[in-house]
Write a protein that binds this ligand. Structure first.
Ligand SMILES: Cc1ncc(COP(=O)(O)O)c(C=O)c1O
Length: 383
């Protein structure tokens, strides 16, 4: 039975799993983004103080400062400007506002699984009809495009919610696949909501295309933040990019949720996203993840029975499958209590028998963390 918190809103298992344990873990492998930057490291990248003494700690701009919204718009190769951007407290507030403003009771929405679960749970709360499309292990957790196009054309949903790149599978859609989805959704007047918070964390090659860069903005909503590829989760800066009328409507909702983003974070985000700084921050993230992937290859090869690894192509995490037990909550709990290693059980994503394991930790710590993880798993498996 799914636990409800208020009304029809399910308990957010993943977030609470982490928040109850992450500050006590000896080895933190539950994160999905890269090792957060320190204030010193960020200042060095930016090359000037992040804040000046005359910086006034006022409310600032409730929808995000004009200069930050402009800068965010400029990160897309699309015809968007500051009027298309609403700055939020992380992409979690963005997703909350998007669901609240687009979905009503009885609306049909297509969602993928496994999933970070925020949007699916919010759809339950709104009493929408969620139609699930599964990323299956036999397809390397890739979405089957024909199946998705078919679901769209048969169900004519109000909205299609996708996370690209996907958490927790680390797979992403190609430009051609995004184009096909956009075409089909547009044909049936469905809103396309893309959570792109892991964009920039593709392990090889070019950044995956944003849905904004694919077509007319009319039915498109893109969500993102500085939490994952930028390594700045503590800023709590996220955003929604959408048609300006939709942005105005969503801004009205934000008056009820948090009024404004932190003005301090707004200023630091503006500086972090300046051309040059942004590239340095993203390059750092890719280097961390690609370096750690090699360490993972080496260490995992020594423990072939601990778990099967489903190799990701994006994100700062991978999926491990326990072929010796389906009860991943129990395994992860033992790993935490007996070995001090925190990872996230697959059940929190709707994927029993698996765990999501971080790959974004500082490379200087990662080898030892992985050894502790695999040694711990081996002990649990043998007992
Ligand atoms: C897919 C996805 N969306 C949104 C979030 C929320 O992140 P934030 O609010 O820090 O931007 C997360 C966090 O893990 C996530 O995985």
């Amino acid at each position: 039975m799914v636990k409800m918190i208020v009304d029809n809103l399910p308990f957010f298992e993943l977030e609470r799993w982490q928040s109850l344990r992450e500050n006590y873990a000896k080895i933190l492998l539950s994160e999905s983004g890269v090792e957060p930057l320190t204030l010193g490291e960020l200042t060095e990248i930016i090359g000037e103080p992040l804040l000046n003494d005359d910086f006034q700690i006022s409310y600032g701009w409730t929808g995000g400062s004009l200069k930050l919204r402009k800068t965010i718009a400029e990160t897309y190769s699309a015809e968007v400007d500051e009027n298309n951007i609403l700055v939020t407290n992380g992409s979690s507030e963005a997703n909350f506002i998007v669901v609240l403003s687009t979905i009503r009771e009885g609306d049909v929405a297509i969602v993928e699984k496994p999933n970070y679960m925020q949007i699916i749970n919010l759809l339950t709360w709104r009493r929408a009809k969620a139609i699930e499309i599964w990323r299956k292990p036999e397809n390397n957790f890739k979405i089957q495009i024909e199946e998705l196009l078919d679901l769209i054309s048969k169900n004519r949903p109000k909205a299609v919610f996708l996370t690209n790149p996907n958490n927790p599978t680390g797979q992403y859609l190609t430009s051609e696949e995004i184009r096909e989805i956009h075409e089909e959704a547009s044909k049936h007047h469905a809103i396309l909501v893309f959570d792109e918070v892991y964009r920039g964390l593709e392990h090889n090659g070019e950044a995956v295309k944003s849905i904004l860069e694919t077509g007319e903005i009319g039915n498109i909503i893109a969500v993102s933040s500085l939490s994952k590829a930028y390594g700045l989760p503590g800023l709590r800066i996220g955003w929604i990019a959408a048609d300006s009328t939709r942005v105005m409507k969503m801004w009205s909702l934000k008056d009820y949720t948090s009024i404004a983003p932190s003005k301090i974070s707004d200023e630091m985000a503006f500086k972090s996203l300046q051309p040059g700084n942004r590239e340095k921050i993203i390059t750092r993230a890719k280097e961390i993840v690609n370096g750690n992937k090699e360490i993972l290859r080496e260490i995992s090869g020594k423990y072939p029975e601990a778990m099967e690894i489903h190799w990701p192509h994006a994100g700062a995490f991978f999926l491990g499958e326990f072929t010796w037990s389906r009860n991943s909550v129990e395994i992860c709990e033992k790993l935490f209590k007996e070995h001090g290693v925190l990872i996230c059980p697959g059940e929190t994503f709707g994927l029993k028998g698996y765990a999501r394991i971080g790959m974004g930790q500082s490379p200087s710590k990662y080898r030892d963390s992985l050894i502790a993880l695999f040694e711990g798993l081996e002990k649990i498996r043998r007992n």
